[in-house]
Design a protein around this ligand. Structure first.
Ligand code: ADP
Ligand code: MG
Length: 592
């Protein structure tokens, strides 16, 4: 095939692919343009998740009439004139690509007026034909409206999620910028409903209340700034004052306020909202031993560095940045957060939930898992066993008792383990793992027989979900329904839970659903999506370690466990019980 130059239209569509992935990407670009135009108020409106309309109106400086035709031209920008300017850049935009890209995948209208101009201008284009320009009456500022997104790009359109999911991705963008710019008033409307409103007072605390709600905000605190210590290569101000090379401010949650995911960690670098696994990790490390594993703080972290120590031009959407001294940034972040937490919470660290060692290490090592094919009715041979080797997990077809003799419950150890006696010695049963196994098999059977044990809620439970949670929900709706869940969209990022599997009723269904969706969005624990769903539902519905059980409850659990086809391992494959045979006991006490 001959090599040919691509035509402009094709180039445009290819380039747009990098920047415009979904409505949220457009919201981001338009908000950045408004902020670059020094707006003090920005109104964002979405209809049908942005598929029908995305409209951003600001009261910024506007576009000069003579610049109008250039605004939607590729690589045309008012913000950067030569490459060297990049290192001194204070604006969000500089590539001059956003409007051109948006125009190539939608129907775009821009109306703008500079305060000093006698009238405004409007521009309309769909990227195919030359923009249509007209003089028009307008109030100072700029209104950009994007209609029929991806109407001509079916491949992209196909990848869009439900309106509700797209709307919540967009909402997260607005939230991030509202927190980055408390001095700007943000208003977000989704299908006519106000989803966010900040006051633009400049007080980050107020913006935090608007975003996270009063309740959560009351358990967050501002990061205390550390005085520069002169150890790093801190530059000196014109007036001789020492200025740290890296400064960190923002708000963080007390260890008592956590979330099951990182959605509410907002990282800003010089006011730019960025994605950074390593910075997020640095933050989480600062909470080490203060919050439980798998829980995450709420945080708005603003890192301020000299522009020349930062490369923002590593990604077209600028969501990634590169620091010239990463280690200093991480260390400063960690120290500031830790100092704030330690100063504010003289409380004891929460111990992580661990299963206490039940015997001296020597003895523990010798406690044996039953061999495959062996049950307490048939004494094992006296070979040595080890707890750790998974090849000794029981085979699926093995049942705990084929003799009909039930285990006799003796009591509970550490509110986590049931101690029981059988014809061949002692059993220590992990109550959580055992119950999880019971529920796992129940759910699985019901699923296969298409007879979910669904319980209607008296009142629908409304729960607000994050975009990844909504995504996970969308992908698993059918399986969830077959398991007994009935979940319906409820406007915005919310869903209404109308029914849940009966086993879940004693738990907090909202919380369990959120936990399930979080795990699913992180890939799930099983080999298939369905298996992950069943494992996670069973796990979060099961009684916990640390829960006191009555003798009757323990007996009931043992009976149910004995009814399982694979009673010796929980859904995750962890053992449900340890077995110390009569014979082993005698050897431990040196009776033999
Ligand atoms: P960039 O932001 O990288 O310069 P864009 O394609 O986003 O590129 O915008 C092109 C130009 O249009 C900007 O440089 C700016 O001059 C003008 N512009 C876009 N949006 C606005 C706005 N809301 N207010 C004022 N000027 C704007
Ligand atoms: Mg821009």
């Amino acid at each position: 095939m001959a090599i040919q130059r691509l035509d402009d239209l094709t180039i445009g569509k290819i380039a747009a692919g990098e920047i415009i992935e979904r409505p949220a990407s457009i919201v981001k670009e338009l908000i950045e343009n408004s902020l670059d135009a020094e707006a003090s108020s920005i109104q964002i409106e979405l209809v049908a998740g942005g598929r029908e309309l995305i409209r951003v109106a600001d009261d910024g400086i506007g576009i000069r009439p003579e610049d109008f035709p250039l605004a939607v031209e590729r690589h045309a920008t008012s913000k950067l004139h030569q490459f060297e300017d990049l290192s001194r850049l204070h604006s969000y935009g500089f590539r001059g690509e956003a409007l051109a890209s948006i125009a190539s995948v939608s129907d775009l209208t821009i109306v703008s007026r500079q305060a000093t101009a006698s009238h405004g201008m409007s521009l309309r284009t769909n990227g195919l034909t030359a923009p249509i320009l007209a003089a028009t009456a307008a109030s100072p500022g700029t209104v950009t409206a994007v209609r029929d997104l991806f109407a001509e790009v079916p491949a992209r359109r196909k990848f869009l999620r439900q309106d509700q999911t797209e709307a919540s991705y967009a909402q997260r963008v607005v939230v991030a910028y509202a927190l980055a710019h408390p001095e700007v008033r943000f208003e977000l409307t989704l299908d006519g409903r106000t989803a966010l409103l900040t006051d633009g007072s400049g007080d980050l605390g107020n913006a935090i209340v608007a975003v996270f709600g009063t309740e959560a905000a009351s358990r967050m605190l501002p990061i205390v700034a550390e005085p520069p210590d002169g150890r790093d290569d801190s530059p000196v101000d014109a007036d001789g004052a020492l200025r740290p090379a890296v400064e960190v401010d923002g708000w963080i949650s007390l260890p008592s306020l956590t979330r099951g995911n990182r959605q509410q960690i907002i990282l800003l670098v010089n006011g730019r909202w960025i994605e950074s696994r390593s910075l997020s990790f640095a933050l989480e490390q600062a909470y080490h031993s203060l919050i439980m594993v798998g829980r995450f703080p709420i945080a708005v972290i603003n890192i301020v560095v000299q522009p020349d120590r930062l490369d923002v031009n590593v990604h077209p959407t600028k969501r990634e940045v590169r620091f010239s001294d990463e280690r200093l940034v991480f260390a400063t972040l960690q120290r500031a957060v830790r100092a704030t937490l330690v100063g504010a919470t003289p409380q004891q660290p929460i111990p992580s939930i661990e299963h206490a060692p039940m015997a001296a290490p020597e003895v523990q090592r010798r406690l044996s898992l039953a061999h495959p094919g062996q049950s307490y009715a048939h004494p094992p041979d006296h070979g040595e066993t080890s707890m750790s080797s998974t090849d000794q997990l029981p085979s699926e077809e093995q049942t705990m008792s084929r003799t009909g003799t039930p285990l006799r419950v003796l009591g509970q150890v550490g509110a986590s383990y049931i101690i029981a006696e059988g014809p061949d010695g002692m059993y220590l049963i992990d109550q959580h793992a055992a119950h999880e196994r019971v529920l796992f098999e129940k759910l699985w059977t019901r699923y296969e027989q298409s007879t979910p044990d669904a319980q209607q809620m008296l009142e629908p439970l409304v729960v607000e979900l994050t975009p990844p949670q909504l995504d996970a929900l969308e992908a698993s709706t059918e399986d969830l329904t077959r398991l007994g869940f009935l979940i319906e969209p409820f406007g915005g990022g919310s869903v209404a839970i109308r029914a849940v599997p009966a086993i879940l009723l004693r738990r907090d269904p909202k919380r369990v659903l959120v936990q399930i969706l979080d795990e699913m969005s992180q890939g799930g624990r099983g080999t298939t999506r369905l298996e992950s769903l069943v494992i996670t539902t069973a796990c979060h519905s099961a009684i916990r370690a640390g829960q006191q059980l009555s003798l009757a409850e323990m007996r009931e659990l043992i009976i149910q466990l004995e009814g399982c086809t694979a009673p010796r391992a929980c859904g995750h494959g962890r053992p449900t019980m340890l077995h110390l045979s009569q014979d082993e006991l005698e050897r431990q006490f040196e009776r033999r």
